[in-house]
Design a protein around this ligand. Structure first.
Ligand code: PCA
Length: 204
């Protein structure tokens, strides 16, 4: 049995729930395709511990693919992140009271890492199924970006697909559930051989 590690985050910024974990937890144990099962875990929203826990999960589970998810409170679309950058610049304190400003995620690490998920194929599959979805050119500079960067740093060259998906606070009315959206995102990421070529770009 192969494992797809799917993470969500605990609530932060005085919220009581985090929809990323509420959705991811529903997918724990779900089969993606023959012989491939999702293991869902919740990461702490803290610079000091989130990456450490993720590294521990990767060592333990030896996943064949990793998708981390988090909440992007201001967005209305499911955002498939393109790139993680080597900077922490927190607008608010994390859940342990830390608020790093302009520090490196990894000292002397590369400026950025790209997602190794087929991001355009995921956006297309979600849109075709009725979700508002888009490629996002920034995962921010808070704990989600840090975890995304550490994930890509850890798995660089390992041949294990990995990336990050931001979810909205609440999907617009009339859309299928976030749980179904994440399930479709995971299965598309797993089954797609080569990413589709269509624009997901922006003019500034
Ligand atoms: N969203 C935050 C951190 C945890 C989460 O769910 C972010 O986008 O950085």
């Amino acid at each position: 049995m192969q494992t797809v590690l799917l993470t969500g985050f605990e609530p932060f910024d005085n919220d009581l729930v985090n929809p990323s974990w509420e959705a991811a937890r529903e997918l724990d144990g779900v089969q993606v395709s023959e012989g491939v099962q999702i293991v869902a875990r919740c990461l702490p929203c803290a610079f000091a511990t989130a990456g450490e826990y993720l590294a521990q999960l990767i060592s333990e589970l030896k996943p064949a693919m990793v998708i981390a998810t988090g909440l992007a409170p201001g967005r209305s679309e499911i955002s498939i992140e393109r790139v993680a950058i080597n900077i922490n610049d927190a607008r608010i304190p994390d859940n342990l009271g830390q608020q790093p400003i302009d520090t490196a995620v990894v000292v002397d690490g590369p400026a950025a890492y790209f997602s190794t998920l087929p991001i355009k194929a995921i956006v297309k599959a979600l849109r075709d199924a009725g979700f508002a979805a888009a490629v996002s050119q920034t995962a921010g500079t808070f704990v989600c970006n840090q975890v995304f960067y550490l994930l890509q740093h850890r798995l660089a060259g390992a041949g294990v697909r990995s990336g990050f998906i931001h979810v909205p606070s609440s999907p617009p009315a009339g859309q299928p559930s976030l749980v179904d959206g994440l399930r479709l995102g995971v299965s598309t990421a797993w089954l797609t051989q080569a990413d589709v070529v269509e624009t997901g770009g922006q003019v500034s």
